[in-house]
Unconditional design. Structure first.
Lengths: 178, 394
C-alpha cells in the first residue's frame, strides 16, 4: 500500500500524489478505523476554532502505541487543526478546518488514506465499555450467588419431579372393595 | 550478626547503586530458572542451613520432580498420606504418583517445618532502605508473576478443604506441611546485595539459604528430613513476563506436572490443547478463565464463529452497516461472559486485509443500547440518525 506519510515533501507534491492515488475526498461523516471525522454541524458543542496550521510533516492525531497505529493528519493548502484540551478519556480529539481549495488527508498504515474536503470538522475517537474488573471479594460473592442459584434450581426440579410422581401414583390408586 | 562496619553505614556509593540491577537480574534469574538443578550444591546448602541454625543436618534428603510432588511428599512425611486429595494425585501422571509413594517414607512422621531465619536484610537507614526495598519488590513481583503465584495457587487449590475436615477430623488435627512454602527471594536478594556491597557478610545459615535458592526449586525443610524439588524444564512467558503459552503447557516439570496459562491466567488443559466446543469454553465457571478462553477462541476462530456458537442471545435486528456497503452490524448480549450488563457490537472492517479477508471487531457497548446502529453511534458520541449519514468507513 502506498502511503502519503512515506512522502516527506511540500503540500503541492502531496496533492499531486493523492490525485494519482485516486483518494476520494469526502465532506460527510467518515470513519477511519477508530477515528471519526464528523462535520462540525453534527457535533457543534465540541467544535472550537482551529488556529494551528498543519505542518508539512503532518500531525499525529492518535499516537500509535500498544499495538495500535498512528493516525497522521496531512495537509495541502490552508488546513488548521486544534487538539482538544480535554481529559485523556475525552472522546473528542480536536477540531479541523479545511480552507477553500485545500485538502486534508488522514493517513493510516492499515486503513489507508482518506481525503477530507473543505469544511469544519470535529475529530473523535471510538470508545468502548471496559468489562468490570471484579475484586476477589465481589467475585467470591457472585460465585456463591450462582452456586446458590444452581442448588435452588436443582431443589425446585426435585420438588417438581416428586409432585409429578405423586400425581402418577394418585392416578393409579383405586379403593379396595371387598 | 557479623556486620563489617558496626554502627551507621555510609550512604550507598554510585558503584554500589550500579550493582543493584545486576543483583536484581541475577535473582529474578534464580527465581525463574529452568533446567536441571545442581543437586550436590543444593544438598551442601541444606547442610549449612541446618548447621547454621544449630541443628543436626537431616537424615533423609528426598528429591522430587516438581513442587506438586514436593507438596504431596511433605504431606506424606507428615503422616497425612490418606488425606491427600484425589484432585492432587490426578494432577500428576500415574507413574509419578507411584514413584512418590515409593520414594517418600512415612515413618517416623514429621511434625513441623524448621524455621528459616536469614539475617535481617534492612539496615534501618533510609538512605539504604529505598534501594533495598526497590530491589526486593522488583525481584518478588517478577518471580511471582512469572511462576510462583500460579504454582502456589495450583498447589493450594488441591489441598484438603474444610469440607474434607468435616468428614475426617484428622485433616485439621495433623499438621499440613505440604503448603507451598514462601520463597524468601525478597530477603535473599537483599542479603546478596548487601554482601556484594561489602556491608554485611551472610552467616552460615544465610549462606546455605542463598545456595539452596541458587541451585534448586521449592523445598521443604523438616526436622529429620528435607524434600528438595527440581526446577521446570520448560517455562514460557508473554512480553509482560506473565506465564503464557498458546499451544501447550506454560510450565513443565521433569516429572510431568504441567500448568497451562494464558497471559498469566491458569487455564484447564483441554481449553489450550484440545479443540473444545466454543459453548463449553464460554461457560467456564471462573470469570477470568472464561474471559481468557473467549479471547483465545476469537484469535483462533474469529468473532463470528464465537458468537454464533456461544449461545449468547442476539439483541435487536442485524442491520446493514451504514458506512460499509454489504456488511452488517449485529449486537449480542454478553452478560454471562462478563457478569456485567454489556452488549457486544460485532462489525466488519471496511478495508480488505492483505490476505483477502476482512477483519472482524467485537466491541463492548453499554447494555441499555438495543440497536446496532445506535451502538455504533454511541461509540463516537452521535445519534443513530446522524450515524446513518456516514459516507465512508475504512
Amino acid at each position: 500500500m502506498i502511503l502519503l506519510s512515506n512522502v516527506r515533501s511540500e503540500g503541492s507534491d502531496l496533492a499531486h500524489l493523492a490525485a494519482e492515488l485516486d483518494i476520494p475526498t469526502i465532506a460527510g461523516l467518515q470513519h477511519q478505523g477508530d477515528v471519526s471525522v464528523i462535520p462540525a454541524a453534527m457535533a457543534s458543542p465540541d467544535y472550537q476554532p482551529a488556529v494551528t496550521q498543519v505542518p508539512a510533516s503532518g500531525i499525529a492525531v492518535v499516537h500509535g502505541e500498544a499495538g495500535g497505529h498512528t493516525h497522521l493528519l496531512l495537509a495541502s493548502g490552508d488546513v488548521r487543526y486544534e487538539a482538544a484540551h480535554g481529559a485523556a478519556d475525552d472522546i473528542t480529539l480536536g477540531s479541523l478546518e479545511v480552507g477553500d481549495g485545500a485538502t486534508a488527508w488522514l493517513d493510516h498504515p492499515e486503513h489507508g488514506n482518506t481525503g477530507i474536503a473543505p469544511g469544519r470538522y470535529v475529530l473523535r475517537r471510538k470508545r468502548e465499555m471496559a468489562p468490570r474488573v471484579l475484586d476477589p471479594e465481589a467475585r467470591r460473592k457472585r460465585e456463591q450467588a450462582r452456586k446458590q442459584a444452581r442448588k435452588q434450581a436443582a431443589r425446585d426440579q426435585a420438588i417438581r419431579e416428586q409432585a409429578a410422581r405423586e400425581q402418577e401414583w394418585n392416578a393409579s390408586v383405586r379403593f379396595v372393595a371387598d | 550478626m557479623t556486620a563489617k562496619a558496626p554502627g551507621p553505614h555510609p550512604p550507598p556509593t554510585a558503584e554500589q547503586q550500579a550493582l543493584l540491577p545486576l543483583v536484581r537480574d541475577e535473582w529474578v534469574g534464580h527465581g525463574l530458572a529452568a533446567g536441571p538443578t545442581d543437586r550436590a550444591a543444593a544438598e551442601a546448602g541444606v547442610r549449612d542451613v541446618y548447621l547454621g541454625a544449630g541443628r543436626r543436618p537431616p537424615d533423609q534428603v528426598i528429591w522430587l520432580g516438581s513442587p506438586m510432588a514436593g507438596s504431596i511428599g511433605a504431606d506424606i512425611r507428615a503422616g497425612r498420606r490418606s488425606l491427600i486429595t484425589r484432585r492432587a494425585w490426578r494432577t500428576l501422571p500415574e507413574a509419578t504418583g507411584e514413584a512418590i509413594a515409593e520414594t517418600v517414607p512415612e515413618d517416623p512422621p514429621e511434625t513441623d517445618l524448621i524455621m528459616l531465619d536469614p539475617l535481617p536484610s534492612d539496615l534501618d537507614d533510609p538512605r539504604w532502605g529505598g534501594l533495598l526495598h526497590r530491589l526486593g519488590r522488583e525481584v518478588a513481583t517478577a518471580v511471582e508473576k512469572g511462576l510462583d503465584k500460579s504454582v502456589g495457587t495450583a498447589i493450594d487449590q488441591v489441598a484438603a478443604t474444610w469440607q474434607d475436615a468435616e468428614q475426617r477430623p484428622e485433616v485439621g488435627a495433623l499438621p499440613r506441611l505440604g503448603a507451598y512454602p514462601p520463597r524468601m527471594l525478597r530477603q535473599l536478594a537483599q542479603l546478596s546485595f548487601l554482601d556484594r556491597c561489602g556491608i554485611r557478610d551472610p552467616d552460615l545459615h544465610s549462606r546455605g539459604l542463598l545456595q539452596v535458592e541458587r541451585s534448586a526449586g521449592a523445598w521443604w525443610p523438616m526436622r529429620n528430613s528435607v524434600i528438595l524439588t527440581e526446577r521446570p524444564i520448560e517455562l514460557h512467558h508473554d512480553a509482560e513476563g506473565r506465564l503464557h503459552n498458546e499451544h501447550g503447557p506454560a510450565v513443565r516439570y521433569p516429572d510431568g506436572w504441567c500448568l497451562w496459562a494464558w497471559h498469566g491466567v491458569t487455564m484447564p488443559r483441554e481449553i489450550i490443547e484440545d479443540e473444545v466446543p466454543i459453548a463449553r469454553a464460554v461457560s467456564l465457571r471462573n470469570t477470568e478463565q472464561r474471559r481468557c478462553a473467549v479471547e483465545m477462541l476469537v484469535g483462533r476462530a474469529g468473532w463470528h464463529q464465537v458468537v454464533s456458537e456461544a449461545g449468547w442471545p442476539r439483541v435487536g435486528q442485524e442491520t446493514p452497516d451504514p458506512g460499509n456497503p454489504g456488511q452488517v452490524l449485529s449486537l449480542w448480549c454478553v452478560e454471562s461472559l462478563y457478569d456485567d450488563h454489556l452488549h457486544l457490537l460485532l462489525m466488519t472492517n471496511g478495508t480488505v486485509e492483505r490476505d483477502g479477508t476482512r477483519r472482524e471487531f467485537g466491541e463492548l457497548v453499554p447494555g441499555w443500547i438495543r440497536d446496532p446502529v445506535r451502538a455504533a453511534a454511541w461509540q463516537v458520541g452521535l445519534t443513530a440518525a446522524q450515524y446513518r449519514q456516514t459516507s465512508r468507513r475504512t
